[in-house]
Design a protein around this ligand. Structure first.
Ligand code: PLP
Length: 369
């Protein structure tokens, strides 16, 4: 049987939650979303959590809520899922691509400092594969230059930096609840912050410019809007699923930790992995990847494919994507390029079993013979 790259742990409780909402008659953003937000804020230890319909819309809403727009520069990694960069492009600002740390795969305060200009307004580092960025380093840098820090923690719910959760530090952090994530609502996203102004901005932007949360069956609602906005609303069916999933987050993190420990033990000396700095107390392990020997990735990937093991190449650098190559021109970001050329993500997920991981290891070993 084929082994999926990722599999969510969806059971009776998720189905029951979805049906409960469908039966209630109120399906769009409402009570369940409000509860999901409260539970997220409590779990993370942050003042405000605003749930949206994707991690991408959470990124766009955060940028807009921080007042960033045309003419502004935002520093982002090139080694990331494309949404990080596209969200900056979507609001008409200019993404400035930073190279990655060769061992940690994320961008660092040092690399970013060199890219700051008079136009820089924000830095958007990514918790790559669920590993926290250097939170304190980035907070200091952003304070020094008066920049917004918007952490793309799409993959990192549950991760901890120096014993404190990603998302609890006060600056804006976004999460994604896409199907492959540690906590999923099928699709969905969230902005968390301790800044009321930013949280209110995101609330308005997600609902066409209206701050008001929801009004079940209020008579004669006037179509008045207080600000600019779009439709980034989640619906209550998905929020209800997200709530069930959030309640299982510790189990999911522990399961992924076991899988990663197994992979690392079995594949040590054969492949390199993302290195873990000492400030990381919990890695969310949303993705687990191996760095293949130079020039061997495609062959190894083919062997896994032939054996029915799904993989992903996370990620080709953004500046090498077809459309983005035209936008960014001929840039060279050597560490990110090297990681991209050698990376291969292998199966991990809340429902990937140790037995499946054993089969993946066997194929990987054979691919090196
Ligand atoms: C680093 C990163 N940023 C942003 C996103 C976008 O999230 P979504 O797919 O929920 O829009 C993802 C999704 O995988 C991601 O991995």
């Amino acid at each position: 049987m084929a082994i999926p790259w990722s599999e969510a742990d969806f059971g009776r409780a998720e189905k029951a939650a979805a049906f409960r909402v469908i039966r209630s008659g109120w399906l769009t953003q409402g009570k369940e979303t409000e509860l999901f937000e409260k539970e997220l804020a409590r779990y993370l230890g942050v003042d405000y959590a605003v749930v949206t319909n994707s991690g991408t819309s959470a990124l766009i809403a955060s940028l807009l809520s921080h007042g960033i727009g045309p003419g502004d520069e935002v520093i982002v990694p090139t080694y990331t899922f494309i949404a990080t960069v596209n969200s900056v492009l979507a609001i008409g600002a200019k993404p400035i691509l930073a190279d990655s740390h060769r061992d940690y795969f994320d961008i660092t305060p040092d690399t970013c400092e060199r890219l700051i200009t008079k136009r820089t307004r924000a830095i958007m580092p990514v918790d790559v594969m669920g590993m926290p960025i250097d939170v304190v380093g980035f907070r200091k840098l952003c304070r020094k230059y008066k920049l917004a820090l918007i952490e793309d923690g799409a993959q990192a719910i549950g991760a901890e930096y120096k014993g404190r959760k990603i998302g609890s530090w006060g600056h804006s952090t976004i999460f994604s609840f896409h199907m492959a994530k540690v906590v999923t609502a099928v699709e969905g996203g969230c902005v968390v912050t301790n800044n009321k102004r930013v949280a209110d901005g995101v609330r308005m932007i997600r609902n066409h410019g209206r701050l008001e949360f929801y009004q079940p069956r209020k008579h004669g609602t006037e179509y008045n809007f207080e600000g600019f906005g779009l439709n980034f609303r989640i619906n209550d069916v998905l929020s209800a699923i997200g709530r069930v999933q959030l309640a299982k987050v510790n189990r999911a993190l522990a399961h992924r930790k076991r899988l990663v420990a197994f992979y690392k033990k079995e594949l040590a000396n054969l492949f390199e992995f993302q290195k873990i700095p000492e400030y990381v107390t919990v890695h969310a392990n949303m993705i687990f990847a191996i760095l293949c020997p130079k020039g061997r990735r495609d062959y190894i990937n083919q062997k896994l494919f032939d054996a029915g093991v799904q993989t992903r190449i996370t990620w080709p650098c953004v500046h090498r994507q077809k459309w983005h190559r035209l936008y960014f021109g001929n840039v060279s970001l050597p560490s990110a390029e090297e990681i991209s050329d050698r990376i291969l993500s292998i199966p991990i997920g809340n429902k990937i079993s140790l037995d499946q991981a054993r089969r993946v290891v066997k194929v990987l070993r054979q691919s090196l013979l």
